[in-house]
Design a binder for this molecule. Structure first.
Ligand code: 2M8
Length: 435
């Protein structure tokens, strides 16, 4: 029996619940008290998935707080700022000044978005205790907002009319410095007007975070988007990428909206149709020689030829025509077959893979959690279970790190990271890790 198998569900539950309580502000959970002191969009959805097992009301509030900061056009912002912590993270509200922009909410937010995993999370939160959810009218309240959010993606982000949403900034993908964005980002000027501070480097080693040049380009792009009023009408976005992870989450969230619609006595068909359209559109991003989906670069009109974990996430989709190929890639030498404990962020054999550097090789707990869900969807239970056990073991043993070296399990980034705790808790409860 190894260490992971010795962890009981109760032990995981109490360690994770304690951290989630510590990072709870009264209305939402911060991703990490030092490095990420505000509310982040897709973090909150992952966090709600764990919270539903220990604090169902907080799980609902987590999502409701985020959705209360929705813009008039339907976008759900990347970050909702806590003004008391504005100097502790950059860019902050002083950069975005969102409340001066038309259609922005009263709460200060970033103008960008993050991957749309919210409806998926909301459905899981509802299903954890349907009676309690009905008593609070949870779905009644969140469903229209989630529909508006997906409506924004369809109306404003489908730049080439192919049925897929484009991210206009690496931060929007959630996988900020993924090798998928390298070429597109290299064409972005590194001369923002904003004078950049790096409060993040007080909480994580510089060698594990994006570099100075990348940051300069991130700020230049964010500045340009802000100065166009975050309006999306501009046809000359210098950076527009269709990410397979972002779009797979959109499709799986549409399926979640379909289930909510049925529960609420509304029409589920438009949601199922959109999920089917996104799933079909993803086919154009498939790279047969690598056995994964790439990202479509809208500006250059080409699919980026790199095998990253983003390209495996479509496994979460039921009926995915490429499921068998993705499972083979996941088991193959670039990923688990290369001796990895958890699925790495990038093909281990790539010459520029770095197993300690943020989104350029380490294993992330949210990505592995999604792959566990995808493997169950495609009847790969034993592989799902073994990844789930590693997620729980590594998360608890290392104090809920942000990410780990996929080969050694060595922790990296910040510690006491909320989605690591929430998703380990979820897998401990739903999969059971007790001996
Ligand atoms: C990381 O991204 C932020 C910008 O949004 C950053 O690096 O400062 C990413 O890992 C992202 O996926 C995550 O949502 C965020 C907060 O945990 O941190």
């Amino acid at each position: 029996m190894n260490d992971d198998e010795r962890l009981g569900v109760e032990e995981v539950r109490s360690a994770a619940a304690a951290l989630l309580e510590e990072n709870w502000t009264g209305s939402h959970t911060v991703p990490a008290a030092g490095l990420y002191p505000h509310q982040w969009s897709w973090d909150s959805a992952f966090i709600a998935v764990g919270l539903r097992h220990v604090a169902p009301e907080r799980a609902q509030l987590e999502l409701e707080t985020l959705l209360a900061a929705q813009w008039a056009d339907g976008r759900v912002p990347q970050i909702v700022y806590d003004l008391d912590r504005d100097d502790d993270y950059a860019p902050g509200d002083s950069f975005w000044r969102s409340r001066t922009l038309p259609g922005a909410p009263d709460r200060p937010t970033s103008g960008l978005v993050q991957p749309p995993n919210h409806a998926w999370a909301a459905l899981l939160v509802h299903l954890a205790d349907p009676d309690f959810s009905r008593r609070r009218g949870f779905l009644q309240r969140v469903y229209p907002r989630l529909v508006a959010w997906h409506g924004y993606l369809a109306a404003r982000r489908d730049h080439r009319g192919a049925g897929l949403a484009a991210v206009v900034h690496p931060w929007e993908s959630g996988t900020d410095n993924s090798p998928l964005w390298d070429e597109a980002l290299a064409a972005v000027p590194d001369t923002p007007a904003w004078s950049i501070t790096r409060p993040d480097l007080a909480h994580a080693p510089a060698a594990e975070r994006p570099g100075t040049k990348e940051y300069a380009r991130y700020f230049w792009l964010a500045e340009r988007y802000r100065d166009h009023g975050c309006a999306d009408g501009d046809a000359d976005h210098p950076f527009a990428m269709e990410d397979p992870c972002f779009n797979a989450l959109w499709a799986v969230s549409e399926l979640a909206l379909a289930e909510m619609a049925t529960e609420l006595g509304r029409d589920d068909v438009p949601h199922r149709d959109r999920a089917a359209r996104i799933t079909a559109a993803l086919e154009a991003l498939y790279l047969p020689d690598l056995g994964v989906y790439g990202a479509h670069d809208v500006v250059r009109g080409a699919v980026v030829h790199k095998a990253t974990v983003n390209g495996l996430v479509p496994l979460v989709l039921p009926g995915l025509p490429r499921a068998a190929e993705l499972v083979a890639t996941l088991r193959g030498p670039g990923f688990l077959g290369g001796g990895a404990l958890l699925v790495p962020g990038y093909d281990l054999r790539a010459p520029d893979a770095d197993t300690a550097l943020y989104w350029r090789g380490p294993a992330w707990f949210n990505m592995n959690w999604m792959l566990v869900a995808g493997l169950h969807e495609h009847l790969e239970g034993p592989l799902a279970d073994s990844i789930a056990r590693q997620v729980v073991g590594l998360a608890v043993r290392h104090g809920f790190p942000e990410y780990v070296d996929p080969l050694t399990g060595e922790p990296h980034g910040t510690r006491d990271f909320s989605w690591t705790a929430a998703l380990a808790l979820d897998l401990a409860v739903t999969e059971g890790t007790a001996p």
